[in-house]
Structures are given as C-alpha cells and as structure tokens.
Design a protein around this ligand. Structure first.
Ligand SMILES: [Zn+2]
Length: 109
C-alpha cells in the first residue's frame, strides 16, 4: 500500500522547525518508510573521516545532508513563492496535479 505523502522528490520545500527553520531547498531523496526526506543543504552533518591511502581517501571533515522528518517540511509554491498546502486537481487532459491552496497555481509542471 502506498503511503500518502505531501512532499515528493524535487519539490521545493521550506523547513518549519529545528535549527534550519526557514531554510529552503530541494528534496533530494525520500525515505517513505520512515517518513523522512533529505533536503538539499538542510540539516547538514559533519562527518570526520580518517585518511585511508589504500582507498585514496583523504582525511578531514565531510559535510552531508541528513534526513529530516517530513512533518517539518512544507511545499513552496513555484508560482506565488509562499509555503502552502496542496490540493489535487485533474486537468482537462486527465493529468492529476497538485495545486497551490493559496494561488491555485499548478505545482507539478
Ligand atoms: Zn501559489
């Protein structure tokens, strides 16, 4: 059974809480089973790596995104640039899209 999710990969989202509150970014990856998502440049974690010459790995600090709970994300409408809830709409060609609850602009291009 598919889980209903309000955000999808490649959506532009805004972070609602936590240290990255107010930041915006693109959803890079979804982890639906855990209801979490990876958002570009959000919730960055520093990982210290040891140098390993055999595998040609340089030591140092690597920053990478860690997952964030989807309940902390809200879609940013590409039309009106506000964070918004989505509605569903079927276009005249039969395509099902999400629209912005504020301006009714189509979010899925
Ligand atoms: Zn809108």
């Amino acid at each position: 059974m598919a889980i209903k999710l309000h955000v999808r990969k490649n959506d532009q989202v805004e972070i609602l809480s936590g240290k990255d509150r107010g930041k915006r970014g693109k959803v890079l990856r979804m982890i639906p089973d855990r209801r979490r998502a990876i958002v570009e440049r959000v919730n960055m974690l520093k990982r210290h790596t040891r140098p390993n010459p055999q595998q040609n790995i340089k030591g140092g600090v690597v920053e990478r995104e860690s997952s964030i709970d989807m309940s902390n994300l809200m879609i940013v409408c590409p039309e009106c640039d506000k964070k918004t809830r989505t509605r569903r709409k079927t276009l005249t060609d039969g395509r099902k899209v999400r629209t912005c609850a504020a301006c009714e602009g189509v979010i899925d291009k």
